[in-house]
Structure formats: C-alpha cells, structure tokens
Write a protein that binds this ligand. Structure first.
Ligand code: NAI
Length: 726
C-alpha cells in the first residue's frame, strides 16, 4: 500500500474519518502526482479498514478547500503525453469512485473556494456543506481555460442536475458561484456560518444517513430531465450543437464542444464508462494548443499582471482615500461608480453642479439595478451613493489624494482643468488623465509636478470592463507608477503598464483591426462575410459594428492628428486602404456611426441596430471579389499582432503578459489565442510559421504585413515571446 503524503487521515473514536487535504509543499492544494497517489492510498486504506469506519468527511487545512488541477504540468503536455494524461485522470477518478461507493456516508465540508478539481472532490461526496465565507467560490471553471472538468465533473453534474442544467449552469459558462448562489443552484446542499457548524453538519449527515449512497448508485436511478434514449429528449438534441454554434458564433473553441459531447455521450452509458469518455475528451483538450493558450493567458499572465510583475519594486503600497474625478460624462460617471464601489470617497466635478449630478445619476441607476436583481442590498447601495459628492466647485476637491481627469479629449482643456485644481488637492496627490489618445508627456506639461502625472486609460463601459491601461509619461516617476498600479488594484481592475506613445497600446492596435476590416469593404468584399470572418475568428464584436459604435469620425480625427505629428517630425505618412472607405462613408454618404443614426449599419429611431446598410453593396461590393475566408480572418489577427510586435520593438510595450492580457480584456482580441503575442507563439509552425504567413499576406495584400525585424530575429533564433528570464 502506498502512502498518503497530501491527505491526512484523522479518525475519531466514533469511527468518523476526516480526510484533511493538506499538501505540505504548496500553499493551496492542487491536483498533482502526489495528490493522485494520496487519493489512491486513501482508497486502499478505506477499503482495508472499512469495518472500523462509520463515515468520511473531506475538508482542507488550507484557506481554500482545493484549488484545481496543476496547470504548470498541463501547459507542458504534448501529444506524446496523451496516454499518460488519460491514465492518470482515470486513476484519480477511480480512487474517488472507490471511496464514493464504499458503502459509508461521504461528506464534503467545503471550507473555502472549491473550483475545478476541488469541486469535483466535493461532487464525489454524498453531501456537500459549504462554509459561507466571503470571497469563497464554487464551480467548474475549466471551460474558461479551454479545458473540461476531467475529474468526474461532467459525469456527476449530468447525473446530479440533468444534462441541460449541468451544461447551462455549471459546465459551459464555467460560472463561479458564491456559497449562497451555489446553494440556490443546487451545487451544494447546505451552508454553515462557521467552520465548527460546518463540521457539525457534516457529522449530523453521517449520523442520519448511515447507509447513504449517491443518487446515481441507487438501483432504478434515472438522469433528471431525460437522456437521448428518451424520444422527447432526443427530439431536442439537434438543437444543442446548433445553439452552441450560435453562442460561439463559429469561433474556434474546442472545449465547449468536447464538454457537450462528454455530457451527452456519457449520459447514455454506465457511470464507469462515462468517466472513461470524459477522460478521453479531457485528454484531447489538454494536449491541444487552445488550452495552452488560455491557461497561459488566464492563469499565468493574469496572475503576473495582477500581482505587480510590472510595478516598481521597493515602494510601499498606498491606498487612495478620496479621489477627484474631473468630468462627469460617460467615462467620469463610470469611473466615479467604480471607485465608490471600492469604498473610495469620490468628488465628481463637472462644469456645473447640475452636470455633475447627471454623472452621479449613472451610479444611482446602476445601484437601483443591482438592488432589483438581488446583487446588492439597499443599505449597501445607499452607502455607495453616499460616497459620491457631485459638484461644480473646485474648492470641494480639497483633501483629494488622487485625481482622475475625464473631460473632453482636448489638450488645452485638459491643461486648464489641471491648472485649476493642482493647488486645491493634496500637495502630493496622484494626477491621472483618462485620455484615450493624447500623449501623456505633453499633458503633463500642464502641471507643476510632472513626476506625479500619469495616464490611466479606462475602457467603456467602465463598470464592466476589467482593464485599465497605465501610461508612463516621459517624466512620470516610479512612485506615481506604483501608486497608479495600487489604485487600479484597489478598484479591483487589472492594470497593464505601457510607455507613452500616440494611442498607447490598445487604441493603436485596435485601429489596425478596424482599418483592416474596413479595407476589405473597399476591395469589394461582401460586408456580411467581413462581419462573419471577425465573428468566426473569435472577436467578440464584429468589425463594422464596432466601427459604428466608436463612430467613424473618431479614427479620422486621430489619424489626422497622428499624420500631422508624423509629418512634423519629418516622417512620411502611409495611408491605410481602410481610410478611404471611412472618408467616403463620412464625406460622401454622411454616415458617421451609431451616434449619428447611420453607419455601416442602419439604426432605428431608438438607436437599435438594424441591418447592414444596403448602400455598402451598391457602392463598394464588387461581385466576384474573392478574398479567402481564412485570409479575411488572418488579415485582422495579423494586423493587430504585427503592430503589437512593433510596439515591443519601440519599447512602448515591455511585458508579454501585459500585451496578452491587455489585448483580450481591453480590445477584444480573441481569447482562444491566449492574447496577441501568444497568438504569434502558438501559430502553426511557431514564430517561424507566423513570419512565413505574414510574408504571404504581405505579398498578396500589401507591405503593411511585412514582419518587423524583431519578429524575423526571433523566428531565426527559435525564440518565443516570453517574460521569463532566458
Ligand atoms: P463626455 O463628453 O461624455 O464627457 C466629458 C465631460 O467633461 C462632460 O460632462 C463635460 O461637461 C465635462 N467637462 C468639460 N469641461 C470641463 C471642465 N472644465 N471641468 C469639468 N468638467 C468638464 O466624454 P467621455 O466619453 O466621458 O470622455 C472623457 C475622456 O475620456 C476623453 O479624454 C476621452 O478621450 C477619454 N476616453 C473615452 C473613452 C470612451 O469610450 N468614450 C474611452 C477611454 C477614454
């Protein structure tokens, strides 16, 4: 019998065995080789000592119950590891299954987060009691990493709640529930307010159910809601993949497809076979590229970015207490709400008290909605709103230790508002501008303390968008950068850090996506195909509809300013073919986008988007234009990736993780790629394959696809984009 090194066996005099998950080598328990061996050893011992056991309780000695799979191992797995992965997944599942079917009651006392593998251990228990701890999360988020729950999670949720609920509530979205919502949705059986109560409830279950077994092990059990062998269910079955395709818009995410197949196929066979089917689909995902991309981005890169890999070292963390938000328009109103939600006092200043009050009304609306939906209480909403003071009077900004400016996009106006307030706020207040395009170094010239001036670029709608791009100006000090970073974390957003440049990273790169999509209209492509190409490449917003949202006049304005700056600096400006289309749309047809009531799409009176404007086909489409669909998609993806590489070359971007996370969370670069530089790394044939394809695109569609020198060098040296010290 092998030994359990990560699970402690604690048996009391009444025969209740508590299995304490406690890996001595990790701060949180994750599923690795030691855990798999331990579970097998525990199953052996439980079988050998069965007669002395009255019941079993799983719990953890860590803050979290169990953190999930070992992603460090998974990201390295290649096709040659497939058999070993398949077998070790099965080994772990068999051990859990042996404990589950021992004939003794098994309870999970979930003392903290139980995500992925952790919740799968809980699912292998007959009863689940969760500690109602703040911040605790329960669920199977594997799909968000391009994986499926390979520890019995598919087989058991399907049997617990039926195929449809398992797919919709747990598996396909990867929703992470707080304990209360986990209870409401049937993921756990009861909650406990304290650890003592949790263990007492676990024992009470054992006392009351000495013969307990899983519902699916009771003879005659049927999966709730039916299975494909039931004719009524079978009649609905074809709608499943169709709905999924619709939901994914044709984007290349293999995980949802595998999850659905494992759920449906597994529902038609016995439990053991279902576990094998699940392991097969799991293995296919683990050895594939998409899971590697998504694990890299959503686990490793996100962690690096949020933990401050890019924050200057040695500067003590500081919290903002009272922030001045200048400009209560769309962005200022959202910024005020996000700050107040994090408990920061906000003074929201506009040209008059009335306009400032309009900005606060936005928070009132969001709060009312949250209360109506049960996401917060009236008391909490009132407390949030009490933190926001709208004003038209500069004097009210006294005592603010940070300023976030969001007035109109105009350098002179921005200089003026900073001049007005710089001696009113605290003498060392952090000074931030939410400009989306204006150089920070130039804006900083409007204040006396240039070292304290920094760009804090939020995305719209601020309350929903998780990213903030921090822009370090030419004279910004490290202290300001550290404080800006801390402020972004304080409001629970993800900060990326870039150096100053026109359009920074996000605004500049998204411009290439749009220009490329629009250029295809100019070449005569079918507008609906261009939209479909973006959707099927995995972009959350189709290119022409995004253009309409941003307005067609905005890129024109930015382009003209950039062109002027380039020419003044002695450079030459190369027009992008997309620009001509935008110019014609605005000048010839007066279509400026959604806010103007007409753009690439038609809009109803109330602003609802209608159909693509038929005039596009009349004025631009050339029948017979044949841009291969893959080229359409790759032109958009490559245009963004190539410009990102240029930004690395120019020193605007200094972190690969920032580029990847910023591209996904800020500008909708498809998540399956793992982010814009991971897309280059993971392209078929690696960086060299990407370079070869860029050259092909350059030969067919223009010089702008010529790979930059840095990329060619990387390909020649066999390197990838990484932050890891080489
Ligand atoms: P907006 O037009 O909705 O709001 C601007 C607000 O500034 C108005 O309420 C106006 O009354 C106020 N304002 C003008 N002069 C002022 C003064 N002297 N003192 C106080 N308030 C004054 O504009 P929006 O969209 O909120 O943009 C604000 C800034 O954020 C701009 O720099 C913009 O480039 C930037 N930004 C905009 C994004 C967007 O998606 N709209 C995204 C990221 C940044």
């Amino acid at each position: 019998m092998s030994e359990s090194t990560t699970i402690r066996w604690e048996q009391d005099e009444t025969g209740v065995v508590t299995l304490v998950l406690d890996d001595p080598n990790q701060s949180a328990n994750t599923m690795n080789q030691a855990f798999r061996a331990s579970i097998t050893a525990i199953a052996d011992r439980a079988e050998a000592e069965k007669d002395s056991i009255r019941g079993i309780v799983y719990t953890s000695a860590k803050k979290t119950f169990f953190a999930g799979g070992d992603l460090k191992d998974m990201i390295k797995a290649g096709p040659e590891d497939a058999q070993a992965i398949f077998e070790s997944a099965l080994e772990m599942k068999r051990a859990l299954r042996r404990i589950e079917t021992l004939g003794k009651p098994v309870v999970a006392a979930i003392n903290g987060a139980a995500l992925g593998g952790g919740y799968e251990i809980a699912l292998a228990s007959h009863h689940r009691v969760a500690l109602d701890a703040p911040g605790s999360k329960i669920g199977l988020p594997e799909v968000t990493l391009g994986l499926l729950p390979g520890g019995g999670g598919v087989a058991r949720t399907v049997r617990l709640m039926g195929i449809t609920d398992a797919l919709l509530k747990v598996l396909l979205q990867g929703t992470q529930y707080n304990p209360k919502r986990a209870l409401d949705n049937g993921l756990v059986h009861e909650l406990a307010a304290t650890p003592e109560e949790m263990l007492a409830k676990a024992r009470a279950f054992i006392d009351a159910h000495p013969e307990s077994q899983q519902p699916w092990d009771v003879p005659g059990y049927k999966i709730p809601g039916g299975t494909p062998s039931n004719p009524r269910f079978a009649a609905n079955l074809p709608a499943f993949p169709a709905n999924l395709r619709k939901q994914l818009n044709g984007a290349p995410y293999p995980a949802p497809r595998n999850i659905m197949a494992a759920a449906v196929e597994g529902s038609q066979v016995d439990f053991e076979t279902a576990l094998t089917i699940e392991s097969r689909y799991f293995t296919e995902l683990v050895v594939g590229q998409t899971a590697k991309n998504m694990i890299q981005a959503f686990f490793f890169d996100l962690q690096a970015v949020n933990s401050g890999a890019n924050r200057p070292q040695g500067i003590a963390p500081r919290k903002v207490r009272r922030v001045a938000v200048l400009g209560a328009g769309m962005m200022g109103a959202g910024i005020a709400y996000s700050c107040a939600r994090a408990g920061i006092e906000v003074v929201l200043k506009d040209v008059s008290a009335e306009s400032a009050a309009k900005g606060k009304a936005y928070s009132e609306k969001l709060c009312a909605k949250a209360v109506a939906k049960g996401r917060t209480t009236q008391e909490k909403a009132d407390a949030l709103l009490a933190l926001i003071t709208p004003t038209g009077d500069v004097a009210d900004l006294a005592g603010c230790d940070a300023v976030i400016e969001a007035v109109f996009e105009d350098t002179a106006l921005k200089h003026k508002v900073f001049q007005e307030i710089q001696h009113v706020v605290e003498p060392d207040a952090l000074l931030c501008s939410n400009t989306s395009t204006l150089p920070i170094t130039v804006l900083a010239e409007g204040v006396e303390r240039q070292a304290d001036f920094i760009g804090l670029h939020f995305f719209s709608p601020v309350d929903k968008m998780p990213l903030v791009e921090i822009i370090k100006g030419g004279r910004t000090g490290d202290e300001a950068l550290a404080r800006a970073f801390d402020l972004v974390r304080q409001i629970n957003k993800t900060p990326i850090v870039v150096n100053d440049s026109r359009g920074f990273f996000t605004s500049r790169v998204i411009g290439h996506f749009i220009n490329e999509g629009v250029a295809m209209i100019g070449e005569g492509a079918e507008p609906a195909s261009v939209e479909q190409a973006a959707a099927q490449a995995g972009y959350p917003a189709k290119v022409l509809s995004l253009m309409d949202e941003l307005t067609l006049t905005l890129p024109r304005k930015i382009r003209n300013e950039t062109r002027k700056a380039v020419e003044e600096a002695g450079g030459t400006w190369t027009s992008h073919p997309g620009e001509l289309v935008i110019d014609r749309m605005v000048d010839e047809f007066g279509r400026t986008g959604r806010s103007g009531g007409a753009g690439f799409y038609d809009y109803a009176e109330d602003g609802r988007r209608g159909k693509l404007w038929p005039g596009l086909r009349e004025h631009f489409t050339k029948p017979g234009t044949d841009i291969p669909f893959r080229d359409m998609q790759e032109r958009m993806l490559f245009a963004e990736a190539l410009d990102t590489v240029r930004l690395v070359e120019e020193g605007v971007l200094t972190s690969v993780a920032d580029a990847n996370i910023g591209s996904i969370l800020g500008i909708g670069f498809p998540a399956w790629t793992g982010g814009v530089l991971q897309y280059v790394n993971g392209y078929e044939g690696g960086v060299a394959g990407f370079v070869a394809r860029a050259r092909e695109l350059a030969a067919t569609y223009g010089e702008r696809f010529t790979p930059p020198a840095l990329l060619v060098e990387k390909a020649e040296r066999g390197e990838v984009f990484t932050d890891a010290a080489s």
